[in-house]
Design a protein around this ligand. Structure first.
Ligand SMILES: Nc1nc2c(ncn2[C@@H]2O[C@H](COP(=O)(O)OP(=O)(O)OP(=O)(O)O)[C@@H](O)[C@H]2O)c(=O)[nH]1
Ligand SMILES: [Mg+2]
Length: 220
């Protein structure tokens, strides 16, 4: 897919105030500093679209960007940022949870994992929570440019093997770098494919029965 245009539309702290339109949207989530905003800029070809920062905790709201005047990319705050106050973390977790569970037009959630790190409890628990709630998601390894090709492949294989110990099958997996653009075509093609499906609406929203567990920061 060719991206002809991408523009910022709105930031919100509650899902209820998000754009009320039947458009596909794709959200990007993961630990603080994993590279969500950078990936969005890489996908849209606009380095200034989503705000990025070397300091974790930059994105604190639900940010909608309209692409090709037809579908949305959503930049979400990162979870697991230890420097936030307990109240601040709770607030962010609430925003994330509500958005994910109550946004039927969110066609797919891209869960970002820094390829350099071994599996982290907080990400694994987050994936379990997505599974329990029937949320469609894909795994996006980020910052591949920071490892040699061999080390990157090895690290991803190790991660996937570990997931397969518990999961019957893997969700789609993408290898990316916002620095050199790898993975861009694969993600955009995947989005293009999903854009052909009808947009889900509140009427066919599954009764997901929100699990009451909060995202656990105890090891942060
Ligand atoms: N080398 C390299 N650096 C990256 C890549 N992606 C992100 N970064 C850097 O990682 C830092 C964090 O990137 P962001 O895109 O702001 O991360 P985020 O996940 O949006 O962070 P929060 O909004 O704070 O949750 C920045 O310094 C980026 O330049 C990548 O693919 N390669
Ligand atoms: Mg960000």
């Amino acid at each position: 897919m060719i991206v002809n245009s991408a523009r910022f539309v709105v930031s919100n702290s509650t899902v209820a105030s998000c754009p009320d339109e039947e458009r596909h949207e794709y959200a990007f989530i993961g630990r603080s500093n994993v590279g969500k905003s950078s990936l969005i800029n890489m996908l849209t070809g606009n380095r200034k679209l989503a705000m990025t920062s070397a300091t974790p905790g930059k994105t604190t709201l639900i940010n909608h960007f309209l692409v090709n005047d037809s579908w949305y990319i959503v930049d979400l705050p990162g979870y697991g940022f230890a420097m936030r106050s307990k109240e601040g973390r709770k607030q962010i977790d609430r925003i994330i949870r509500e958005y994910i569970l109550h946004r039927p037009q969110m066609t797919n959630l891209f869960l970002l994992i820094d390829v350099r790190h071994d599996p982290q409890k907080i990400d694994l628990e987050f994936m379990d929570w997505l599974g329990e709630n029937g949320v469609p998601f894909s795994i996006v390894f980020t910052k591949l440019d920071k490892l040699s090709p061999t080390a990157g492949k090895k690290q991803m294989a190790k991660y996937c093997e570990m997931l397969l110990e518990k999961w019957e099958e893997l969700p789609p997996v993408f290898a990316t770098s916002s620095a050199d653009g790898r993975g861009r075509g694969a993600i955009l093609d995947y989005i293009e494919e999903l854009n052909r499906l009808p947009v889900a609406s509140a009427a066919d929203e599954k009764d997901v029965g929100e699990s009451s567990e909060e995202i656990d920061h105890s090891e942060e």
